[in-house]
Design a protein around this ligand. Structure first.
Ligand SMILES: CC(C)(COP(=O)(O)OP(=O)(O)OC[C@H]1O[C@@H](n2cnc3c(N)ncnc32)[C@H](O)[C@@H]1OP(=O)(O)O)[C@@H](O)C(=O)NCCC(=O)NCCS
Length: 186
């Protein structure tokens, strides 16, 4: 899916969200996690989470500086320049202790969402991505989203497991970057 932290390109000016579109300010809670709508001030806590080069093995990209992150987050918070499209970004925080451990994101157009996820290396293999992404998909469905899609490198076993646990299935389609398209049955 390309660098999941950069797939929402900077917005010159925000478009108005479509009437009745999902709430960009929604908080999502799971047994272990709090998914909070992204703020520019989250850059300081996210910088160390995004600092490991191995996070970009399957997606491309590289660890961002604090300044790059602040610019990226400002653009993400400003929202999509495309009419009818909304950007939703959440940081993942552990309820126990409050550490920021990653993010999930969704780009919503009409009744379809494209999603991405990342968990920092020290917190991986604890089921955090599965828990956050499953909750995100449940929330999207509760908001009227009928189709959820993710683009996953064919060798990315962990992301395939996350997608499968969240109810997505490989469609057989391969995108221009060679990634497999996974989708929820609508
Ligand atoms: C993909 C990623 C989010 C997984 O995060 P995580 O919190 O470790 O995932 P989970 O703990 O929920 O594990 C999900 C499954 O993947 C497996 N898994 C986790 N890391 C793995 C690895 N490195 N190799 C193989 N399997 C792995 C787990 O065992 C688990 O399997 P199970 O469902 O059979 O129990 C994390 O590796 C990451 O952020 N990678 C970099 C960013 C990225 O590639 N994002 C996705 C773009 S599509």
């Amino acid at each position: 899916m390309g660098d999941p932290s950069a797939n929402q390109e900077p917005a010159p000016r925000p478009a108005r969200a479509p009437e009745g579109s999902p709430d960009v300010a929604a908080t999502i809670t799971t047994p272990r996690l709090l998914l909070s709508p992204l703020q520019v001030s989250d850059a300081s806590e996210m910088e160390p989470v995004l600092a490991a080069g191995e996070l970009y093995h399957f997606t491309g990209g590289s660890p961002p500086s604090r300044e790059e992150l602040e610019r990226r987050f400002a653009a993400q918070v400003a929202g999509s320049p495309n009419q009818g499209e909304t950007w939703h970004n959440w940081i993942i925080r552990l309820l126990d202790g409050g550490s920021v451990v990653g993010f999930v994101q969704a780009t919503i157009t009409d009744e379809a969402a494209e999603i991405a996820w990342l968990v920092g290396v020290p917190w991986q293999r604890r089921g955090i991505a599965t828990e956050a992404t499953t909750a995100l998909c449940d929330w999207l469905r509760s908001q009227g989203v009928r189709s959820v899609t993710a683009h996953i490198h064919p060798d990315h076993a962990a992301s395939a497991r996350v997608a499968g646990a969240a109810g997505l299935q490989p469609t057989g389609e391969v995108d221009d970057d060679g990634e497999q398209v996974w989708s929820s049955p609508s």
